[in-house]
Design a protein. Structure first.
Lengths: 483, 465
């Protein structure tokens, strides 16, 4: 398959006939937006289409086959690893018009949705029933359930509630052959191989998902949100280690270091202390008696590890403000520096103190400002390296610095991505974790469903030689919003 | 003994050591599946040895069935070909346990009892309260997909297995996932191994997330004269702020089984007949926590039970909790002991439809004079045991017809239904794995990819995979 070859105008015609002229974009000025996602990667599709139904998707897939054109699915484009970018060009299938909640079954705590439903819209739609969809990436106000399924997205509250895979029961999807598959079931424990579990997190390389059945979780009776302020990063990380070791499972446990705090506070005015070295944003929830006791235990641990102050949000407004600070952090950083590189390494939680110290050393050595804002409770780091996009050599050094951090995570027994996915950003890092034969097995599984490689080519697996894709954004972009 | 298997003895011995290759028929009898005895059994001591054995089997076109403690070999269809038993019981090491990280890596042959003891020393556990707890291995537990009453709170293994090392059909050792609690690197191939009945690969090492042991576990029991009221209470709990650890409905007759001497042979913890009301439908709820939390649960559950019209309701005294919990966990072996020819159906539906499905099944069985017992998880999974008085062919034919009918009505209620257990000689009459599945073509492709030579457990699983 050639890369980024100009699209056959007959294909455009056929797509327009299938979907209507307004559902097909192909002029270069219209495609600009679709070159990007939330990562530093760029890749331009040859055209963008907006299906309205599963039949539309089948039709698009058939045309892609007929014209031997690559295909890639996309939700809101908030991804952080280039998963939804058209690395080899071709047709980008955007699901924003398949955004209906098809069914809510409150009694059985289930919902059936189209892939383009926005994550927080689903939770909002079922809030009056006392329910929510638990995975809550920071981009939840924009990102879609389809994207969450593809990436197996996490979020702050996955610490207690699990990631997307834990909440998906069944899928309908269109294979790259055009075949419709129905995987899993609303009832539990369908006999047979767990294809749903395999497809969730397959980064859009197996099928285009057209319908998702999810579990809905009861909203907790009581939520306590605490902000612990520290004068030393080590004290904050040691607090996390001890909370874990004591068997306290907070609903969320997020850390922001001093530099990030100041950036966020300038922008959001969440009430974060600007002179602290680090804060932990910890949430406990559940039955009133459970949450109150857990909050007390957490406060004790924070003080034991020299927290300067522990504030407890007094009401929902205060709590929302603290979370606003956390969830808008990357937007805040985007104000300071238009380009930054976010990593997503994971480490065993006991290794947090050593790892944060190492990240600081790596930054110092390489001359980069590295901010840290991350899911401390499950050891999922998000070091943010600021760089100047106009300086190609600086970008290369940025990537080298990030790689050094990732290598350390792996040395600690960790992993290269906790929730952002491998995509086209970390494919070259895969051999650090997996042997050649592991990777052959995985790509073989992909080939079962995607034998011609038409769907989302050039992702996850190291390719050696790509299409010479650009690694630096040619123009400054606003901050991405990692989970 | 087949010639091929005989020819391979020296090769097997050179891999695992002569004392770990069994060929004496008396030693092979415990490995029989539905009366099919393998020609040899081999006990590798390491994953590398196990992989060498698989490689040998692939080259010599032999079929093998992996096993651990052999407590659930009766599940599934008999293997179409069974040259060799791959006994993983020597792969029983705890490879890594980091209590501070709440992560654990164990070899597949490790027993649940051994793992439980190691974790308990650090106040932790794996929430796998599955049947055959005293002897089952972790690998067999995962491969068979049996569930646990604790799924109400913790989910199933799928929710806390972090990664795995396994052997594919050509003898390659592969891995997926990792040892950290959050990870999206690469495809989750390990999820395919769960519940796959050893047909896709041989698990050799499994990485888990562990959990703190619940503090002061307690149980509440409410008994109802009518099933709809019991399910009404289940629904009320689901809509309350309570997050119980277990929530099961025992159907009439189960308390009597639990009080039997057969049950005490399966469960060590003491039990007396007063624990559960002998009649009606019993909603049993497990919970844990501080005194304040326990008081809140007791008060809320009493209120919900009363609203749902319970005939009686009480929090069990502390000493009765382990006995009652153990019996819920060991429901399967207890009903196996209760009849010479127990047939166990696993039915799952949306929770709101489970009462209808079980009621229909009950009517059908009552009309034919078949004794039965059933337990239903609040999450929407039911175990229905048919307990005939004899194991004659006539009974088998009758029960197969009834069982298949129940499978159909469950499927019609958008549920999943399989026959978890039944006498070997009746299997060919039963739809062991239930109705045909929409995704079967994809399953077949996966099987052909992971095990192209058909080395692993051929024919044991869904659709003859």
């Amino acid at each position: 398959m050639r890369c980024n070859r100009p699209l056959n105008s007959r294909l455009i015609n056929e797509l327009q006939k299938l979907l209507g002229a307004d559902a097909v974009l192909y002029r270069s000025e219209d495609l600009l937006l679709y070159e990007y996602d939330g990562s530093v990667e760029v890749a331009r599709p040859n055209c963008v289409v907006f299906p309205k139904s599963m039949e539309d998707v089948v039709g698009i897939v058939r045309l892609a086959n007929r014209f031997e054109t690559p295909l890639v699915g996309r939700g809101a484009g908030t991804g952080l690893s280039g998963g939804a970018l058209a690395r080899k060009g071709g047709i980008q299938v955007v699901f924003s018009k398949m955004n209906r909640i098809l069914e809510v079954d409150a009694a059985n705590q289930r919902a059936r949705v189209q892939p383009g439903v926005v994550n927080s819209d689903l939770s909002a739609a079922v809030a009056s029933l006392g329910l929510h969809f638990a995975p809550d990436p920071s981009s939840q106000k924009a990102c879609t359930i389809g994207g969450n399924v593809s990436e197996n997205s996490g979020g702050p509250h996955t610490l207690a509630y699990g990631v997307t895979a834990n909440h998906v029961l069944a899928l309908k999807a269109v294979l790259p052959s055009g075949e419709i598959v129905s995987l899993g079931s609303g009832a539990l424990d369908p006999p047979g191989y767990d294809l749903t579990g395999l497809f969730v997190g397959s980064e859009g390389t197996f099928a285009l998902v057209t319908e998702v059945s999810v579990k809905l979780i009861r909203l907790p009776e009581t939520v306590k949100t605490l902000l612990a302020i520290y004068d030393a990063v080590d004290d904050a990380t040691e607090t996390v280690v001890e909370i874990t070791a004591r068997g306290i499972t907070p609903a969320a446990c997020e850390m922001l270091d001093g530099w990030t705090l100041r950036a966020v506070e300038d922008y959001v005015h969440a009430g974060f202390p600007t002179d602290g070295a680090a804060v932990l944003l910890i949430e406990v929830d559940g039955l009133r008696e459970v949450a109150e006791a857990a909050a007390k235990d957490v406060v004790d641990v924070c003080h034991l590890h020299n927290a300067r102050e522990v504030r407890v949000a007094r009401d929902a407004a205060e709590r929302d403000l603290l979370w606003k600070g956390r969830k808008n952090a990357f937007g805040a950083i985007g104000r300071i520096c238009t380009t930054y590189y976010v990593q997503d390494g994971v480490i065993p939680r006991t290794k947090l103190p050593a790892t944060l110290r190492r990240i600081a050393e790596i930054g110092l050595k390489n001359g980069f400002q590295i901010g840290n804002i991350f899911h401390a409770g499950d050891g999922n780091l998000h070091p943010i390296i600021l760089f100047d996009a106009r300086d190609e050599s600086q970008f290369r050094r940025t990537v080298a610095t990030a790689d050094e951090i990732i290598a350390f995570c792996i040395e600690m027994g960790g992993s290269i991505t906790g929730e952002h996915g491998v995509g086209m950003e970390k494919d070259r890092l895969m051999p650090l974790l997996f042997t050649e034969s592991d990777l052959r097995l995985m790509s073989g599984v992909r080939d079962i469903f995607n034998p011609r490689g038409l769907l989302n080519p050039g992702k996850i697996f190291p390719s050696g030689k790509g299409c010479g894709e650009i690694h630096v954004n040619p123009i400054p972009v606003a901050g991405a919003i990692p989970a | 003994m087949s010639q091929a298997a005989g020819a391979s003895f020296s090769r097997l011995a050179s891999i695992a050591g002569p004392s770990h290759v069994l060929e004496d028929p008396s030693l092979l009898a415990p490995y029989a599946i539905d009366g099919v005895v393998p020609s040899s059994a081999v006990r590798p001591g390491t994953a590398v040895e196990a992989a060498e054995i698989v490689k040998l089997a692939a080259v010599e076109k032999l079929s093998l069935v992996p096993s651990g403690s052999r407590t659930k070999l009766a599940m599934g269809m008999p293997p179409q070909k069974y040259d060799m038993a791959l006994d993983l019981s020597r792969l029983d090491r705890i490879v890594a346990y980091d209590p501070g990280d709440l992560t654990l890596s164990v070899e597949a042959g490790a027993t649940l009892a051994g793992i439980g003891a190691a974790l308990a020393a650090h106040g932790q556990f794996l929430p796998l309260a599955v049947p055959f707890q005293k002897s089952a291995s972790i690998g067999g537990t995962l491969a068979s997909g049996v569930d646990s009453p604790l799924r109400q709170f913790y989910g199933t293994a799928r929710d806390f297995v972090l990664g795995m090392e396994f052997i594919t059909g050509d003898g390659t050792i592969a891995k997926s996932g990792g040892r950290v609690v959050k990870n999206v690197t690469g495809y989750d191939l390990h999820k395919l191994m769960l519940g796959s009945m050893g047909t896709l690969g041989v698990m050799t090492q499994i990485h888990f997330r562990t959990f703190p042991l619940p503090r002061s576990p307690r149980a509440f029991v409410a008994s109802f004269e009518r099933p709809e009221n019991a399910w009404q209470m289940r629904q009320a709990i689901a809509e309350s702020p309570l997050r119980p650890l277990t929530l099961d409905i025992l159907l009439p007759g189960v308390p009597k089984l639990f009080a039997s001497s057969a049950a005490s042979r399966r469960v060590d913890e003491p039990y007396d007949a007063q624990t559960l009301a002998s009649a009606g439908w019993s909603v049993t709820v497990g919970f844990a926590g501080s005194d304040k939390v326990l008081d809140r649960y007791a008060a809320e559950l009493n209120r919900l039970a009363e609203q749902a019209g319970a005939a009686s309701a009480a929090t069990l005294s502390e000493d009765r909790v382990p006995g009652a919990f153990g019996r819920k966990r060991e429901f399967i072996p207890i009903v196996l002991d209760a009849s010479p020819a127990t047939v166990i159906l696993k039915l799952s539906t949306l929770p709101s439809r489970m009462n209808d499905v079980l009621a229909n099944a009950g009517n059908l069985l009552a009309a034919e004079g078949v004794h039965w017992a059933a337990i239903a998880r609040g999450a929407g999974v039911g175990y229905l045991a048919l307990l005939p008085n004899d194991r004659t062919e006539a009974t088998g034919v009758k029960l197969a017809k009834l069982a298949n009918q129940i499978l159909e009505t469950t499927a019609a209620a958008e549920g999943n239904a399989t026959i978890l257990w039944c006498p070997s000689e009746w299997k060919s009459w039963m739809k062991i794995w239930g109705a045909d599945r929409a995704d079967f073509e994809q399953m077949k492709k996966l099987k052909a990819f992971f095990d192209p030579g058909g080395v692993f457990s051929p024919g044991r699983f869904v659709g003859g995979v």
